[in-house]
Design a protein around this ligand. Structure first.
Ligand code: SF4
Length: 378
């Protein structure tokens, strides 16, 4: 489906009340979530379970502004310590307002999967309204598909930046055309690069997501090298890792179950990340690994100066004994370990080892066990 032909609900009668979509990036946990569109206009990525079965629509700008006004009203009530006699719709706004207030009210995230698909003039109007209601907000961000950014006029992107959109989160996933085609990303490496460069030129902070493991065993090398090359040409402000997991109800699960897709083990993914890091060159991005699915939660640093430190971390894991690798993999996914050094904590190590023994985890079956655990986090 071409994004530009997506269904809109501009003529829809009636306001359904304050709405929240299902997801946001991990870095937006403290943000107020304002739903500008519903679901995903593409919805075909083979690894993505989030919006399958749900149709895309653009919310009327007036409805989005009503949501913003509802939060504004709820904040005023909370501030005054007033008695809140809100209807069910406003209760959702109240919950969102209370959470945002507790988090410091610094940032706003526009949902769902591709807010840039909203007509630029409409989206700019929403952004201005948001900024007017909450002038203290420091950062407004959104997901954006490369496919959409690549076709947006430069003047429209500049208008959105001027209206108050600070950062775009882009799901690069891979820079390999072979991988992108196999997982039906609906985007080529060239489009990713053009989109990232246009977003940067318009003044946005650009946050690109790379998905370790997405190439499977056969395309792992191409995936790492081509993704690094695409990112080298974009020089995004942030490169974020989000490791592949395959939930049962995705098209990729069928490929995996039938043996057509061979998933990488954690060790293979670590080798791929090493190759990826080695190929990142000539850029000043901040690398982050802020997703619970990732093996290395502590993999973080600014390029180029922190590249040796990040590479050393991955090498350290690869040089460990199979027993220690298993303990770390299991402990990390159980939430016992947050960093490699936690293996040296006798209490944490003993707990991880006892749990592995109790549920029968060994170096030979650890990856199967991890696959099941990772599905819980999606
Ligand atoms: S990964 Fe993003 S673009 Fe792809 S189907 Fe999921 S939400 Fe849509």
């Amino acid at each position: 489906m071409d994004d530009r032909k997506s269904v809109t609900d501009q003529e829809e009668n009636g306001y359904r009340g304050f709405e929240q979509g299902p997801i946001r990036p991990p870095s937006e946990a403290q943000s107020l979530l304002i739903r500008v569109t519903r679901n995903c206009p593409w919805n075909r990525c083979a690894f993505c379970p989030v919006y399958k079965g749900a149709s895309f629509s653009i919310r009327p700008p007036e409805h989005v502004k009503r949501d913003i006004d509802a939060v504004h009203r709820c904040l005023a009530l909370l501030e005054a310590g007033g008695d809140i006699a809100a209807g069910p719709a406003d209760m959702e706004a109240l919950r969102a307002a209370a959470h945002w207030r507790a988090m410091g009210m610094r940032s706003v995230f526009l949902q769902d999967a591709n807010s840039l698909l909203v007509k630029p003039r409409d989206l700019a109007g929403i952004l201005r309204h948001l900024r007017e209601r909450f002038p203290f907000v420091r950062r407004v961000t959104s997901y954006a598909r490369s496919h959409t950014l690549a076709v947006r006029r430069e003047e429209d992107l500049h208008m959105l930046r001027a209206a108050g959109l600070d950062r775009v989160h882009i799901g690069l996933e891979s820079g390999s055309d072979a991988v992108l085609a196999r997982v039906a990303k609906g985007c080529t490496k060239a489009q990713h690069i053009l989109a990232g460069q246009k977003a940067r030129a318009a003044g946005f902070e650009v946050s690109e997501y790379y998905m370790p493991g997405l190439g499977g065993q056969d395309l792992s090398r191409d995936h790492a090298v081509e993704s690094a090359d695409a990112l080298n040409q974009i020089n995004p402000h942030f490169i974020r890792l989000r490791t592949l997991a395959i939930p049962n109800h995705t098209p990729l699960f069928a490929e995996w179950s039938s043996g057509r897709f061979q998933k990488c083990t954690d060790r293979m993914v670590a080798e791929e990340i090493l190759l990826f890091l080695e190929h990142l060159q000539g850029i000043t991005s901040v690398v982050k690994s802020d997703h619970i699915l990732n093996l290395f939660g502590e993999l973080e640093g600014r390029l180029p100066e922190d590249k040796p430190k990040m590479i050393a971390l991955v090498r350290r894991f690869l040089d460990m004994t199979p027993e220690d690798q298993m303990l770390y993999q299991a402990g990390r996914r159980m939430g016992v370990f947050s960093r490699l050094d936690d293996l040296n904590d006798p209490r944490k190590r003993a707990f991880a080892a006892a749990t592995c023994r109790r549920i029968g985890i060994t170096p030979d079956n650890i990856d199967e066990m991890i696959d099941e655990v990772m599905k819980q986090f999606i």
